[in-house]
Structure formats: structure tokens, C-alpha cells
Design a protein around this ligand. Structure first.
Ligand code: NAD
Length: 530
């Protein structure tokens, strides 16, 4: 393999070293821009991939556009057949893909299988079963125009630009990619610069004699992403931080390119006095620490009623102390991105400065790589970043509250609104709190797993995002809806065309009364001339 800027190429660290050794020491030859990617479990260089520029991105969009027309002409059944072939290829290469994901993210293997591969297989299955129905042309009652017929039709948009993050680099790339394809679009995917080889592995899954250009993968950093947003795609589907999401939306505004934004969260968990404490404690620990806390849907803050606080915290501490940190056979792996570890440390330092107490964890592990101890913090409040900003690491802050009303008020006291959970044995109370939580997603007596239900739309309110993936709403995000009106009966002219018939205003008012009067008397007035 050689170091090259051709899209889709990847070289190993030793290739990069060979290339450097072989390069003449002259200033004239400018080296192609590259990105280095690391294994966060050991801090070792993993691969070097091209950092593609605007020209390369535009070329990828053009290749995708060239094939999008013939793809959009296929039936849903034909598109499904292609996606099922891709799923079979994914199943054939499952071990290899899990390895690529774990090497670049530091994830524990079982976690990669369930949250990355299983979620994608499930979503493809949902489209195979339900997609054609969701995107079927639907008749619409023509209402006042009773002599017409009307229908709405879902049409492909063209080329969708997908920009994805590093925390679930497979599922958060594949989900928009397969959705876009099912809806009849071509795709240009820009994976995170932290996990580009996962993006390239996705590209390989779609290699095909006829449809090879349908999914273009462009590796690179923020500038590559911005080039995609500004490159003339028909929609941008972005998953990442609120900060970058705002930039993406601003850049897309120049050309009024529509955006779907899946952004960050500060997801609250409410533990009511009557909760099953063992389940709630175990759920909190799993919800906060799986994927080393780097999940947009993680339990990021807990509000527990005062009366059960001590018992709940004791159980959480006990469960946390049992967690085994080892990518091979442990419960959780390493963190993925070095700057994220800095954020975790800064949130902890800020909280401790303001009076919080760390009960367990709190530091990096003394080993190479990005290993941070699962950490439980108490005596926290909303003056601390730990309770208001996204920490995105293995930290579980727990705050005692007087009752569930106070918990709800604090849970909603956030600019975010992605995920949330409520834990209670009282089904009515759970549903009532779920209904009042300002969040796109709520679990009752569970957390995070709602994403696994491919039929449930997923997304945020407030600054956690715009639009949905998954389910009927998510699939329709990748289509343009076209409204069509046609004649039911052929007439030589419409009543309101020119010349306007005399008396049309009076006739109009009488028919308004006849049609819209809320009582029989009011409607009968429509039969009278005055
Ligand atoms: P990020 O915002 O730093 O980067 C996301 C992607 O945007 C990367 O591919 C990056 O290269 C690209 N990018 C950077 N600058 C850009 C620009 N100016 N224009 C276009 N693209 C640009 O996010 P991250 O650190 O990779 O991911 C973590 C964040 O993602 C967290 O906030 C997390 O909550 C959020 N997230 C949200 C969801 C969700 O579904 N709501 C899922 C996972 C992660």
C-alpha cells in the first residue's frame, strides 16, 4: 500500500514511515495532506489516511450524482435487495469490522457487536419490512375541492452528505447512509477524522460493479466536512456536537441546503422514591459507563429523591467498583479521543472546586492509552459544568432532590433535550413524568436502549438537534414530498377562473355557512340568500 490522496486509500503507519524515509529532503515536493489515526487502547499509530480537500469532495459529490438518477429509478424492492446484500457482506465480515471499530475507538468487543453491528442490521430489516409502505404514495382528501383528487408522493432528494462522529463511527454513519439509499438517494460520507478507517470499511461494504459509486467516502477533518456542506449536496445529515452543528447549519444556510442535526445531550435520569433500587442502580451504572460514557444518550446526571438517596448511592458505588476496564473481556474499554479526556478532567476539577465529592474513580489509569476510571460524584448542583455541560465520559454525578417535581424541574433546566429516563414502580407516575420531560426520547425503568428500536424515531429537542432518524419520520427526512392535484371529473373551466362570475362572492359566503357552520341552524343559514 502506498501513501496517496486518492479517495478510499489507507496506509499503515509503517507505510507512512517508509514514505517519509524515501522522500527526498527538498522543500518543493509538498506532501499530500494526511490524517493519522491512533489506537486509544495503547496510544499507538494505527493508520494514515488522506485529508481530502474541496476539489476531492466536489469530485466525490459529482460521482455520486452521476449514479443517483439510475438508483432513484429502482423500485423499493430492488433497493432492498441491494441493502440486504450489503447486510450479508457485513455479517460475513463481522469479526473484521468489529476489530476495525475497536481498534479506532477502544470499545469493548461485545459493545461494538450490539451497539454498532446489531443496530445497523436491525435498521436494514425495518426498511425491508416497512420502508415501501412508509414511502408509498398516499391519497389525500381534497376537502373543499371535491371534484379533484389529491395525493402526496415521496421522492428521492438526490445526493445526501453524511457527516459522522467518532463515538459510534459505524452505526452513526451507516444509519443515515442506508436510510438515504433506501429512499433513493446517493451518499457522500465524511467520517470523523478520529475514526476514518471505520468510514473506509463502510465504503468497502458498498463496493459493487454497478452501484459502486453510490456511497462515496471522503476522509478528512473539519474543512473536508465544511466542503461537503458547501459542495452542492441536496441535504446534510450531521451527527456531532452542538458547536459544530451550529457551524454546519450556518454554512448550509448560504445555499439553503436542508440539514438534519443529531447533536449532543446532557441526559437526565430521575429516580423516584418507589423505584426498584437494585435495577435503578445497575441501570445508572450501565447507562453512564457503557462505551466509557461516550454516548449522546448516556446517563449524564442523576436526580434521586432524598428519602432513598443513601441506599441508591451505596448501590451505585458498589456496582461501579466492580467494573472491569479492559477492551478484551472487560466491561468497558478505553476512551476514544484525547481532548475528551481533558474535558472530563476539567468538569471534575470544576465540580470538586465548587464542593462536589468523588466517591469512586476520578483519575486516568496508569497505563498507556486513554483509560479513565468510572467515576461517581455526589454533592453536585447546577452551578457546576458537570451538571450542565456535556461531559461525554465515564462520570456519574448524583444529585439529591426533595421530590419528583424538583427532579423534573432540574432535568428540564438544560439547553439540551436528547435522551432521558425515569425510574419508578408506578406506571402512571412514570408515564406522567415521561410526558413532561423536555427530550426527544424517554425510557421508563431503562435507559439508552430505545435507539435499538428501529421503528422509533430518534432525535432531540432544544439544542440537541433538528429532525429524526429511524422510524417513518426518520425515513421521510430523506425524501422530498411532492403534493399532486388532478381532476376527478373533466370540466371546461373552474368556477373561479376569469371572468369572475357575478354573484360568486354571495355564493361563496352561503357555501361557507353550509359547510362550516357549527350548528344545524348556522348551516341552514347558507340556504338563505340574505
Ligand atoms: P464534532 O462536532 O467534533 O465532529 C463531528 C463531525 O463533524 C466530524 O466528522 C468532524 O470532522 C466534522 N466537522 C468538524 N467541523 C466541521 C465543520 N465546520 N463543518 C462540517 N463538518 C465538520 O463531534 P464529535 O466530537 O465527533 O462527536 C461527539 C459529539 O457528537 C457529542 O457532542 C455527542 O453528543 C454528539 N453525538 C450526537 C449523537 C446524536 O445522535 N444526537 C450521536 C452521537 C454523538
Amino acid at each position: 500500500m502506498s501513501l496517496t490522496t486518492e479517495p478510499g486509500s489507507v496506509s499503515s503507519p509503517s507505510d507512512a514511515q517508509d514514505a517519509q524515509d524515501a522522500a527526498p529532503p527538498t522543500a518543493e515536493l509538498s506532501a499530500p495532506a494526511v490524517i493519522e489515526t491512533f489506537d486509544p487502547r495503547s496510544d499507538t499509530l494505527l493508520a494514515v489516511v488522506p485529508d481530502l480537500d474541496e476539489t476531492a469532495v466536489r469530485a466525490a459529490i459529482a460521482r455520486a450524482r452521476a449514479v443517483s438518477g439510475s438508483w432513484s429509478a429502482l423500485t423499493y424492492r430492488e433497493r432492498t435487495r441491494h441493502l440486504l446484500t450489503v447486510r450479508d457482506r457485513l455479517l460475513d465480515r463481522a469479526e473484521e469490522i468489529v476489530e476495525v471499530i475497536c481498534a479506532e475507538t477502544g470499545k469493548q468487543r461485545a459493545e461494538a457487536v450490539t451497539t454498532e453491528l446489531m443496530a445497523v442490521c436491525e435498521t436494514i430489516g425495518w426498511y425491508a419490512k416497512n420502508g415501501a409502505r412508509v414511502l408509498a404514495t398516499q391519497p389525500v382528501n381534497p376537502g373543499v375541492l371535491a371534484h379533484k383528487k389529491a395525493w402526496k408522493r415521496y421522492e428521492p432528494m438526490g445526493v445526501i452528505g453524511v457527516i459522522s462522529p467518532w463515538n459510534y463511527p459505524f452505526t452513526l454513519s451507516m444509519t443515515p447512509v442506508i436510510t438515504a439509499l433506501f429512499a433513493g438517494n446517493a451518499v457522500v460520507l465524511k467520517p470523523s477524522e478520529v475514526t476514518p478507517t471505520v468510514g473506509l470499511a463502510i465504503g468497502e461494504l458498498f463496493e459493487h460493479d454497478t452501484w459502486g459509486d453510490l456511497v462515496q467516502v471522503v476522509t478528512g477533518g473539519g474543512a473536508t466536512g465544511e466542503a461537503l456542506v458547501r459542495g452542492g449536496v441536496d441535504k446534510v445529515v450531521f451527527t456531532g456536537s452542538v458547536r459544530t452543528g451550529k457551524r454546519v447549519m450556518a454554512a448550509a444556510a448560504d445555499s439553503l441546503t436542508p440539514v438534519l442535526l443529531e447533536l449532543g445531550g446532557k441526559d437526565p435520569m430521575i429516580v423516584c422514591a418507589d423505584a426498584d433500587l437494585d435495577r435503578a442502580a445497575k441501570g445508572a451504572v450501565w447507562g453512564a459507563f457503557q462505551n466509557a460514557g461516550q454516548t449522546c444518550m448516556s446517563v449524564e446526571r442523576v436526580y434521586v429523591e432524598e428519602s432513598i438517596k443513601d441506599e441508591f448511592i451505596d448501590r451505585v458505588v458498589l456496582e461501579t467498583a466492580r467494573i472491569r476496564q479492559d477492551a478484551d473481556g472487560g466491561d468497558i474499554g478505553s476512551m476514544t479521543f484525547a481532548p475528551q479526556v481533558d474535558i472530563v478532567e476539567s468538569h471534575l476539577a470544576d465540580a470538586v472546586d465548587k464542593g462536589a465529592k468523588v466517591l469512586v474513580g476520578g483519575t486516568r489509569l496508569d497505563r498507556p492509552g486513554l483509560w479513565f476510571e468510572p467515576t461517581v460524584v455526589v454533592d453536585v448542583d447546577h452551578s457546576m459544568d458537570l451538571m450542565t455541560e456535556e461531559t461525554f465520559g465515564p462520570v456519574l454525578p448524583i444529585m439529591a432532590v426533595a421530590d419528583s417535581d424538583e427532579a423534573l424541574r432540574l432535568a428540564n433546566d438544560s439547553v439540551y433535550g436528547l435522551n432521558s429516563s425515569v425510574w419508578t414502580e408506578d406506571e402512571d407516575l412514570g408515564t406522567s413524568i415521561a410526558n413532561r420531560l423536555q427530550a426527544g426520547n424517554v425510557c421508563i425503568n431503562d435507559c439508552i436502549v430505545s435507539y435499538a428500536v428501529a421503528g422509533l424515531p430518534f432525535g432531540g429537542v432544544k439544542q440537541s438537534g433538528i429532525g429524526r432518524v429511524h422510524g417513518a419520520e426518520g425515513l421521510r427526512e430523506f425524501s422530498n414530498v411532492k403534493s399532486v392535484l388532478s381532476a376527478r371529473v373533466g370540466l371546461p373551466r373552474e368556477l373561479w377562473w376569469f371572468p369572475v362570475p357575478p354573484g360568486l362572492d354571495g355564493l361563496g359566503i352561503r357555501s361557507l355557512r353550509l359547510r362550516f357552520g357549527s350548528t344545524v341552524g348556522a348551516r341552514l343559514r347558507g340556504l338563505r340568500k340574505h
